[in-house]
Design a protein around this ligand. Structure first.
Ligand SMILES: C[S@@+](CC[C@H](N)C(=O)[O-])C[C@H]1O[C@@H](n2cnc3c(N)ncnc32)[C@H](O)[C@@H]1O
Length: 246
C-alpha cells in the first residue's frame, strides 16, 4: 500500500497567523495578481502580522463591490493597509485618512513599501494620530474600520451615520454585557446578538444595510457590516439585507 505523503509543515501557511510577513515569505506570493504583488510588498516591509494582509484584502474587495469612490477614512486603522488597498482597488477615491490613537511606527515602513510598488499612492494617504473623530467626516466619504475593539465599532457607526457617509465595519472584541438586554440572547451568542443589533441600528438610521463575512479561517471575527445612506426623501423604513456570497 502506498501512502500519500503527509503535507510538509513548511507548506502549511495559516492565513490567521499573527507572525510577521518578512522577505523570507516573498515566494509565497509569486503570481501575477494584484494580491500577490501586494503580498510581496508587505513581505518587503517586514512588519505586518500575516492575518492583517488577508483581513485587509478580503474586507477591501467586498467593500469595493458595494462602494466606489469617495474619500476613504480608515478609523482605528493601525497600519492603514485597508485604506491603501481600497485606493489600489479603486483609483477614483482621491485620498485616504488613517486615524488611530496610536499609529504603529512601522506604518511608515509599510507605506513606503506600498508607494515603491504603486507610486500613484504617494501623497494620497495621511496618518492622523488621535481619537476616532480627529478627522471631520463629509457626506460622500467611505468610512471603514477593521476590528475596532468593542464599543469603538459603535462609535464608528455613529460617526458615519451622523455625517451620512457610507460605512463598512468588521467588529471584534464583543463585550457580552452589551447583549444582556438582547431579546434574542437565548438563541444566539452574545457577539452575534450585538452585531445583529448593530445592523438593525444602522438600518434604523435610514441606511441600506448588507451583511457579509470574510473567510473565517482568517479570523473568527469575520462578520462584515456594510451600510449606504438612503436618500432622505425616501419614506420606506429600510430592511436589513443579507448576502450569502462572501
Ligand atoms: C485591533 S486594532 C485594529 C487595527 C487595524 N484596523 C487592523 O485591522 O489591523 C485596534 C486599533 O484601534 C486603535 N484605537 C483604540 N482606541 C482608539 C480610539 N479611541 N481612537 C482611535 N483609535 C483607537 C488602537 O490603537 C488599535 O490600532
Amino acid at each position: 500500500m502506498t501512502l500519500a505523503p503527509a503535507p510538509s509543515l513548511s507548506r502549511v501557511f495559516a492565513r490567521a497567523s499573527t507572525n510577521r510577513l518578512t522577505p523570507h515569505d516573498r515566494d509565497r506570493f509569486a503570481g501575477p495578481s494584484l494580491f500577490d504583488a501586494l503580498g510581496r510588498a508587505v513581505c518587503e516591509a517586514g512588519c505586518l502580522p500575516r492575518k492583517e494582509l488577508f483581513e485587509a484584502w478580503e474586507m477591501a474587495r467586498r467593500v469595493r463591490r458595494r462602494f466606489r469612490g469617495g474619500r476613504v477614512v480608515d478609523l482605528a486603522g493601525g497600519h492603514g493597509l485597508l485604506a491603501q488597498v481600497l485606493l489600489l482597488l479603486d483609483d477614483s477615491s482621491p485620498s485616504a485618512f488613517v486615524v488611530d490613537a496610536a499609529v504603529p511606527p512601522s506604518a511608515a515602513v509599510l507605506q513606503a513599501a506600498l508607494v515603491a510598488g504603486w507610486p500613484r499612492l504617494r501623497d494620497r494617504v495621511r496618518f492622523v494620530t488621535g481619537d476616532l473623530d480627529a478627522v471631520p467626516l463629509l457626506a460622500g466619504d467611505l468610512v471603514v474600520s477593521c476590528h475596532a475593539c468593542g464599543e469603538l465599532t459603535d462609535r464608528v457607526l455613529a460617526l458615519a451615520a451622523r455625517a451620512r457617509t457610507s460605512v463598512a465595519v468588521l467588529p471584534c472584541c464583543h463585550d457580552a454585557r452589551a447583549a444582556a438586554e438582547s431579546p434574542v440572547r437565548g438563541w444566539v451568542d452574545a457577539a452575534l446578538a450585538i452585531d445583529v443589533a448593530r445592523a438593525h441600528w444602522l438600518a434604523a438610521q435610514r441606511y441600506q444595510v448588507r451583511t457579509q463575512s470574510v473567510p473565517p479561517d482568517i479570523t473568527p471575527k469575520c462578520r462584515l457590516l456594510l451600510g449606504a445612506p438612503l436618500d432622505s426623501a425616501s419614506a420606506d423604513v429600510p430592511e436589513v439585507a443579507s448576502c450569502a456570497a462572501g
